[in-house]
Design a binder for this molecule. Structure first.
Ligand code: FHN
Length: 432
């Protein structure tokens, strides 16, 4: 009898550990490699909140209740929106993928959701599926599409018990959490069946209810079943959970905590991504003029690559469907940079020299690229690297750089009179 009980227990445990272990499919692993090679993506925060020109948190920060907020979609009529224009803008900046908000914390679906009328089709005069248009344009121009989905919902009554936010929405103090999870899984099913092959799902908002039973495994399994290649990432600001395929950081390079979100975000082994925005806010904000310069953004992209991470750069389009001219201008400069220097980041991995105060290194095959971003003299020393050095050149001019290697490293003579303010001076080292 005891033996039978033990066997049953063993069987249960084996089954449990089997079901707990997530094995990414070959397509998923391939997508992860592609993702790491891609390096640069465009993040798009767009929703009906753009009408108010404040930011995507306006419902919460201005304490707008659900009934009042429901008046907003009527004003959202982006007649100037041209998905192809956005995709081509991203492409010309050197971006290889786009991650767009399908539903932010206000719960409003920017796609045709049959299981909700809180969506673009039922509440706006515009009545065109934004995600469909983006999916088609991305496919046409060979850009992968990732879908942002907020698990946090300030509108749905069943997002209950409420979390840290969304408590001023005037919803009744009741709700069925299981119902909400079904709704979320239902919308994810729509997103994964109606828009062709997608790159992945970018979750956000878990942090609002850290102790809730999110049943992540069920949701993650559903996604991987519908689209095995789809990479799952969650901006929960923590180490990755089982079932996730990439790890993202908000306003921080992996391992740093300058943005204030990453204190608990231990860097795991999955492909990495860091998200920053072109000004300060994510969603369109009329008053936000904290535009980052093209130099800052180039250096962010390069640093991300040196940290073995992708860079997801955000724009918050205006309610008319246009991306503001300040962003377009900067993206053009980024495009000029990626045209010239793209080779030193795309397809590379971080290292072999760990990030330093002067900059970072990237490598691919027999090449190592030293990205010097802050160095004000004409001689430059780098420590010993594995293998012997065949050549050291100025990546941009392709001219050889005089250098001398000793047992501790190599001293390089940089071009006299170079521009010390250049965003990135790249030394290309070829190994034998
Ligand atoms: O609350 C959101 C915020 O609006 C924005 O979407 C960013 C993007 O990384 N993530 C959340 C905060 O962690």
């Amino acid at each position: 009898m005891k033996k039978i009980a033990l066997l049953i227990l063993l069987a249960l445990l084996t089954n449990l550990s089997f079901s707990q272990e997530y094995q990414p499919s070959p397509e998923n692993l391939e997508n992860r490699e592609w993702f790491q090679d891609a390096k640069f993506g465009m993040f798009i925060h767009w929703g009906v909140y753009s009408v108010l020109g404040v930011h995507e948190w306006v419902m919460e920060t201005r304490s707008i209740d659900v009934d009042t907020y429901e008046k907003l979609p009527a004003f959202f009529n982006p007649t100037e929106f041209d998905a192809e224009e956005w995709v081509l803008l991203a492409k010309s900046a050197g971006m290889k993928y786009i991650t767009i908000t399908t539903k932010h914390h206000d719960g409003f679906a920017m796609f045709d959701s049959k299981i909700s009328d809180w969506d673009i089709m039922d509440r706006t005069v515009y009545q065109k599926d934004i995600i469909k248009q983006m999916a088609e344009a991305c496919k046409k121009h060979n850009i992968k599409l990732f879908l942002y989905y907020s698990q946090l919902d300030w509108h749905h009554p069943d997002y209950y018990p409420r979390g840290d936010t969304g408590n001023k929405s005037g919803r009744p103090d009741k709700g069925d959490w299981e119902n909400y999870l079904d709704y979320m899984n239902g919308q994810l099913t729509e997103l994964l069946t109606n828009y062709g092959e997608i790159g992945g799902i970018w979750f956000d908002g878990w942090w609002d209810k850290k102790d809730a039973d999110w049943q992540l495994r069920k949701t993650y399994d559903l996604i991987h079943k519908l689209q095995p290649q789809a990479m799952i990432g969650s901006n929960h600001h923590q180490a990755p959970n089982p079932g996730e395929d990439f790890q993202m950081f908000e306003r921080d390079l992996p391992g740093e905590n300058k943005g204030g979100y990453s204190a608990e975000a231990t860097v795991g082994k999955l492909p990495l991504e860091t998200a920053e925005t072109m000004a300060h806010r994510w969603g369109f904000s009329l008053q936000d003029k904290a535009y980052k310069s093209s130099k800052e953004l180039i250096q962010y992209l390069v640093k991300a690559a040196g940290y073995n991470s992708n860079f997801l750069l955000n724009v918050g389009p205006m309610p008319n469907g246009k991306i503001q001219p300040e962003f377009v201008e900067t993206l053009k400069v980024l495009g000029e940079w990626t045209d010239t220097y793209g080779e030193t980041i795309y397809g590379t991995r971080g290292g072999p020299i760990s990030p330093q105060s002067w900059g970072v290194s990237t490598h691919k095959d027999d090449k190592i690229y030293l990205h010097i971003m802050d160095w004000k003299t004409d001689t430059f020393f780098f420590p010993t690297i594995e293998g012997s050095i065949k050549s050291v050149i100025n990546f941009q001019s392709k001219k050889k750089l005089k250098h001398e290697t000793t047992s501790s490293g190599t001293l390089v003579q940089l071009p006299k009179g170079r521009d010390y303010d250049q965003a990135d001076f790249v030394i290309e080292i070829t190994r034998k």
